[in-house]
Design a protein around this ligand. Sequence first.
Ligand SMILES: C[S@@+](CC[C@H](N)C(=O)[O-])C[C@H]1O[C@@H](n2cnc3c(N)ncnc32)[C@H](O)[C@@H]1O
Length: 232
Amino acid sequence: MERQQPQWRGLRAKSAAWWFNSQARIRAERGTLETIKSKVNKDDTVLDLGAGTGYFTLAVAPMLETGKVIALDLSPEMLGSLIRSARKKRLTGRIEMVVGDATRTGLPDSSVDLIMSGNLLHELPNPEAAVQEMARVLRPGGRVVIHDFHDGIVGRLMKLMHHHDARGPLGVGEIGGMLEDAGFVEVAVTASGMRYLAAGRKDGACGVASGPACYFRTTMRPLAVSSGVVTR
Ligand SMILES: C[S@@+](CC[C@H](N)C(=O)[O-])C[C@H]1O[C@@H](n2cnc3c(N)ncnc32)[C@H](O)[C@@H]1O
């Protein structure tokens, strides 16, 4: 299957780098960052899906001691900006950049403890595929936090900025249903202003009957932390 072409490039990627990591945004969306940070453990493997210029990645990386953030995005230019910011903040050792598609990450099953995704799903033609991919790569018991435009006026205007096949913003009930259909439990969605914040946990932590294979699959973590850009 052909990979979708990045829309975030050229002038658009440059202006994004300016706004996406600005102090004004940090102030406006402080609540979301606090929610995400409250779910991070210092040895987690965290996936930032549609990481862009690294708004979430750069906030979480300093919290990790033995863990890492995998910052995945379709746009090499957006990740280029993330790398530059990470270098300035001396965080490259805790961040692995991946140029890839959120619906087919190429990451192993059950290899991630926490997924965070900001302002991505409304750009995709098939957000269900991305949510199912989240469920595949998360370990049982792993957590997901999604922050995106809901289907209010601003969200519907945002759709005009993207590929004609972008599905556009989801309703609060729609994203909740999508998470449950993908096997998430404890799903909670709150809407405030123009965005929703959706959280859930992947069901299916190992029990006695699951056997040793389940135990190893859910507890083994990748050992290497690299700061290169990987293309999947
Ligand atoms: C609006 S930006 C948000 C960036 C960042 N999460 C933030 O909140 O600042 C959306 C990002 O999703 C990326 N993106 C769009 N479609 C994608 C896909 N299919 N797979 C991975 N990333 C994608 C874009 O390249 C862009 O960097």
